[in-house]
Design a protein around this ligand. Structure first.
Ligand code: PEP
Length: 250
């Protein structure tokens, strides 16, 4: 069985005043039975502060991207080692917003995943089809290609998490049907085992894309969904807590 993970992606949102959300989150989830892993990925500026604020709560913090190299002349970039130094245990890689805004391709995402492992971070590797690709019936082909290109050899449950995030569902309030999510997750499980061996069956598979308090329970009940990567609804503890609770109860 893969472990369950509720991961929040704050994207380019959050100032120091918003760190109070971590206090509210920690207090509210403290009593949740069978609590899943809870992770927040704030902007780089808040990472060390959030790490300190979350100390002793069991809430992990992660980055939203890293550079493949450990150091060097790369203005504006952040190395995986710097994330680890700031208190991160995870890093989101290959998010569709990085793939589109920064032209990141599968080979670059794979290089970043190797960098994450080098720094002993868990790589949360994102894959997902566009609306045009889904409409053309190419979803599994696209996901298969992204998994093959973005997930390096050496992936195992301890160092890798995969997030299926249909591009058209991110921030739109639209989600695939539960049958569509189940189809993709079963396919990912099978492809990961074929490429990385039997142990890869326990690599956690997260669904992401408009997960909200109102749909979380239904999504987490889907076979092969081990948790969620949550954008907008992770910014406020009032929204994220019921999502964590729904995952715990699934
Ligand atoms: C995301 O960006 O990872 C995401 C899933 O966003 P949202 O939950 O806002 O759709």
């Amino acid at each position: 069985m893969a472990r369950k993970i509720a991961a929040g992606n704050w994207k380019m949102n959050g100032l120091k005043a918003d760190l109070a959300e971590i206090d509210s989150l920690a207090a509210a989830i403290a009593d949740i039975e069978s609590r899943p892993e809870v992770l927040i990925c704030p902007p780089f500026t808040l990472l060390p502060l959030m790490h300190e604020r979350a100390a002793g709560t069991g809430i992990a913090v992660g980055g939203q991207d890293c550079h493949p190299e450990p150091s060097g002349a790369h203005t504006g970039d952040i190395a995986a080692e710097m994330l680890a130094d700031a208190g991160a245990s995870h890093v989101i890689l290959g998010h569709s917003e990085r793939r589109s805004d920064h032209a990141e391709d599968d080979a670059l995402v794979a290089a970043k995943a190797r960098a994450a492992w080098r720094a002993e971070l868990v790589a949360i590797i994102c894959v997902g089809e566009s609306e045009a690709e889904r409409d053309a019936g190419r979803t599994l082909e696209v996901i298969g290609r992204q998994l093959a290109g973005s997930v390096p050899q050496g992936a195992r449950p301890e160092n890798t998490v995969i997030a299926y995030e249909p591009v058209w569902a991110i921030g739109t309030g639209r989600t695939p049907t539960t049958a569509e999510i189940a189809e993709v997750h079963a396919f990912m499980r099978e492809r990961l085992v074929a490429a990385h061996g039997a142990a890869a069956a326990d690599i956690p598979l997260l669904y992401g894309g408009s997960v909200k308090p109102g749909n979380a329970a239904e999504i987490f009940a889907v076979a092969d969904v081990d948790g969620g990567l949550v954008g907008g609804a992770s910014l406020r503890a009032a929204d994220f807590v019921p999502i964590v609770a729904a995952l715990a109860a699934s």
